[in-house]
Every structure is written in C-alpha cells, then in structure tokens.
Write a protein that binds this ligand. Structure first.
Ligand code: ADE
Length: 224
C-alpha cells in the first residue's frame, strides 16, 4: 500500500514511522510518505490558509493550495484523483472510523490522507478532490494529524505480515471473526495472584472448550 499524508506538520510522522508495526510495513515495501502543502503553495511566504468568507474565528485551508499540492504530487488535475485512489479528508463530522472501514482501506493499493488544521478545509476541497471524509470520534482535535495516525495505524496493522508472528488482527475486537463484538479477556502468568485466579478452562488445554468460552465471553461483552 502507498499511503500519502498531506500535512503541514510532516515532522510529527517521523516518530510514527519508527513504531514497530509501521516500521514492519515499510520493510515489507509499503510506503508512508508525508507531503507538506507549504512546499508547493502558489502563495507568498508559504501561506496555506485564509480567513473564512462571512467572518468567524479560525483559518481555513485554501482550495488553490491543496490543488497545487495534489497536482505536484500526482501530476494530474486533482479533480480526476477520486476516480484513481481513495482520497480521505480527516474531519470531525466524517464517517466514523471502525474496524470495517479500516479493513476496507487496507484492501486499497493507494490511499491519500488530507490533514486539516485550524477550522478545517475549504468546502470545495471536500467536494472536488476527496472520496471520503473520516472522523476518529465526535470531538474536535486541533488538526487532522493525530486522526491520520490513528487511521494509518488501524489500517497498516491489517496488512499481511505487519504484525509479529505472535499477534493476529483476525480474531480481535470488532472483527468479523468475533461477529463485531469486543474481544474476550486475556490472562497470563501467574495463574493465581492474591487469590485472583485465571478461569480454569484456560488452563485445561482443551482447545475446543477454550474457543467456546472465549466466544461466549466476547458475546457477553457486546450486550448492552
Ligand atoms: N480533525 C479534527 N478533529 C478530528 C476528528 N475528531 N477526526 C478526524 N479529523 C479531525
């Protein structure tokens, strides 16, 4: 997968790229590139945003600046991009990220994430250059960068071979394997701590009973 993140703060992602799952993905040949719209802005002094028409607080990312950045990266009129790749704007009011959406994006070869700042995007960016608007929750962050990292993390860890051999993205919370339910509880040594004992079934070595117990626990956790 080629993941491109358009952000005014590319240095934030330097840390992200060193995280183990992300580093694994990069080693496998996937890419996570940051593109700073300030570098291609047609405006003077690196300007990328402007005050909103009609008044109000905050600044809005300009459509001409985003067009220039997308054009410089992909060499096409960005209006044609939505037909070629998933272009996702991170916005608080967008489609809520869940396991199904992460899985959907993990199947895409090319994904672009656009991070807004301040008051967000000029609406024409969303109308003409973008396929999806995605939110990581109904609260407002100072910008889309942390949301882009959350989306990237949830997507990259689903790519084959990215998780270590002891981990699995198949049977985990909200997965199809668990019928969308939260994951069952986990325990490790010691088997007894201060009288808090691990459920006997997990020590029984009886794989079928363990499987049934786990699925039952998972189902129970999904009840209101
Ligand atoms: N940008 C600001 N807040 C956001 C949120 N909750 N989700 C996605 N992008 C955002």
């Amino acid at each position: 997968m080629n993941l491109d993140v358009f952000t005014l703060f590319p240095q934030w992602f330097e840390w992200f790229r060193t995280q183990r799952h992300v580093a694994n993905a990069l080693e496998l040949g996937h890419t996570v590139d940051c593109i700073d719209p300030r570098e291609s802005t047609p405006l003077k002094w690196g300007q990328v945003d402007d005050t909103p028409f009609g008044g109000g607080a905050g600044m809005v990312l300009r459509v001409d600046v985003m067009e220039a950045a997308l054009r410089a990266r992909y060499g096409v009129d960005p209006e044609s991009l939505p037909a070629q790749r998933r272009v996702i704007a991170l916005t608080p009011g967008g489609r809520l990220l869940d396991d199904a959406l992460a899985g959907e994006l993990a199947a895409e070869p090319d994904v672009t994430l656009l991070c807004g700042r301040y008051e967000g995007f000029d609406e024409r960016i969303l109308e003409h250059f973008v396929t999806d608007q995605v939110s990581i929750g109904r609260y407002v962050l100072a910008g889309g960068e942390l949301a882009a990292m959350v989306v990237s993390d949830a997507v990259l860890r689903k790519l084959p071979g990215v998780l270590g051999k002891d981990e699995s993205a198949v049977e985990e919370s909200f997965s199809v394997a668990l019928e969308g339910a939260p994951e069952y509880p986990h325990y490790t040594r010691p088997a007894d701590w201060r009288g808090w004992a691990v459920p006997d079934v997990l020590l029984s070595g009886h794989h079928e009973r363990i499987r049934e117990w786990r699925h039952e626990q998972s189902r129970r956790r999904s009840l209101p």
